[in-house]
Every structure is written in C-alpha cells, then in structure tokens.
Ligand binder design. Structure first.
Ligand SMILES: C[S@@+](CC[C@H](N)C(=O)[O-])C[C@H]1O[C@@H](n2cnc3c(N)ncnc32)[C@H](O)[C@@H]1O
Length: 191
C-alpha cells in the first residue's frame, strides 16, 4: 500500500488527529479491552498504527507494547501517545523475546481491520505468532469488517489452526450480538 500510495500513512495519521481534535469517540476498542482485565495488565496492541488504542490503554494504567509494520505510523504513535513501548515489526514473524520483551500478554488487541491489512498469505502465521505471545490465561480480541476479502469462516479456520479457541463473538466493540447478517466481527480468543 505504501508503494502504491506513498502519502497514505501521512493521510491516515492526519485523519485520526483531526477526529481526535474534533472530539470524536475513538476509544470504543480500548473500553472493550479495559473491561477484560484489571488495571496494570500487560497488553499488546497488534498492528497499532499511530497508537489510538494502545495510547488510551496506557493512559488507563496498562503496560502496552504496540507493534506496526509501518515506521511512519510508529513515529506518530511515539509523538502522539508517549508511554507505551512502540516498535516497528512484522506481526507474521514477530518474536518479542528477540528484542528483550519476554513477558506474555494478558490481552492482545487487534483492532481497526488489521487482519484484513496483513498479507493474506500470512494470516495464519500472524495468528500463530500472536498466540505464542499470549499468557496461558490470556485473551485476544480481534475485530474486522466483512467484505474485505477475509471471510469470517476462513478466519475461524485460521484461528483453530493456530491452536486458539473462540470464547465469545460480537458484531461490534459495543458488544452487539453476532448474527449471520453481521458485517463486522469481534472475536475473543484464548488458548
Ligand atoms: C487500519 S490500520 C489500524 C491501526 C490501529 N490498529 C487502529 O485501529 O487505529 C491497519 C494497520 O495494520 C498494519 N499492518 C498491516 N500488516 C502488518 C504486519 N504484517 N505487521 C504489523 N502491522 C501490520 C498497518 O501498517 C496498519 O497500521
């Protein structure tokens, strides 16, 4: 995407800065995640972009590690949301122990359609790598929309292949029920 549209990252950063300045509610996912754990939890914001979700979770008192493949977005996360450990890395090959982060996470959040932005050939690897960073009792919340080239059934097959179980499913970060007509999924996964 960066190759095809070199200005995309700057546009994306500015879009969220503008929405934040206008007082838009950008915290739905962070509220969902905050409700899953006591304060002070270890949280991984997977595909964090410019830090919208992890930044809020850090301000709420959690210990956040955010990873994104796009260094421009990680620079913006550093600028806009100081506090979390932001780093540039590819989720499909992620091994945080390599960079001295050996902790496993109480929650991993994968918000903002990240699973439909990763290279489709690596979706299984991304879920497997995320599972390997999840604490034994940890949970992972993954949300993405329909019509983005990743059928919910294929996602569930990849979840099972990664050794994960689905604990709960919703059609929004506001906990609306998932129905066959839903155009969005939020899945809560665990070992
Ligand atoms: C729509 S953005 C969502 C950003 C953020 N999670 C949010 O909700 O504000 C999707 C993100 O996935 C990231 N991404 C795509 N493939 C990735 C990969 N293999 N490893 C890490 N991040 C990736 C992109 O760089 C982009 O920041």
């Amino acid at each position: 995407m960066i190759k095809d549209n070199p200005g995309h990252s700057a546009w994306y950063i500015e879009r969220f800065r503008t929405m934040a300045a206008e007082g838009a509610d950008l915290d739905g996912e962070a509220r969902f995640i905050d409700a899953m754990v006591p304060r002070g939890a270890r949280i991984h914001d997977a595909g964090c972009g410019p830090g919208r979700v992890g930044g809020t979770l850090a301000r709420l008192g959690h210990h956040v590690v955010g990873v994104d493949i796009d260094p421009e977005l990680i620079d913006a996360a550093h600028d806009d949301h100081p506090g979390p450990h932001w780093m540039t890395a590819d989720l499909s090959t992620l091994d945080l122990a390599d960079v001295g982060i050996s902790e496993q996470f109480d929650v991993i959040v994968c918000a903002g359609n990240v699973m439909t932005f990763v290279d489709p050939a690596t979706r299984g690897a991304v879920l497997e790598r995320l599972a390997s960073h999840l604490a034994a009792e940890g949970r992972m919340a993954v949300g993405f929309g329909a019509g983005r080239g990743y059928e919910f059934a294929d996602f569930h097959a990849d979840v099972a292949a990664a050794g994960l179980r689905t604990h709960a499913q919703f059609s929004s970060w506001h906990l609306h029920p998932l129905t066959p007509e839903s155009d969005f999924i939020v899945a809560v996964l665990g070992h």
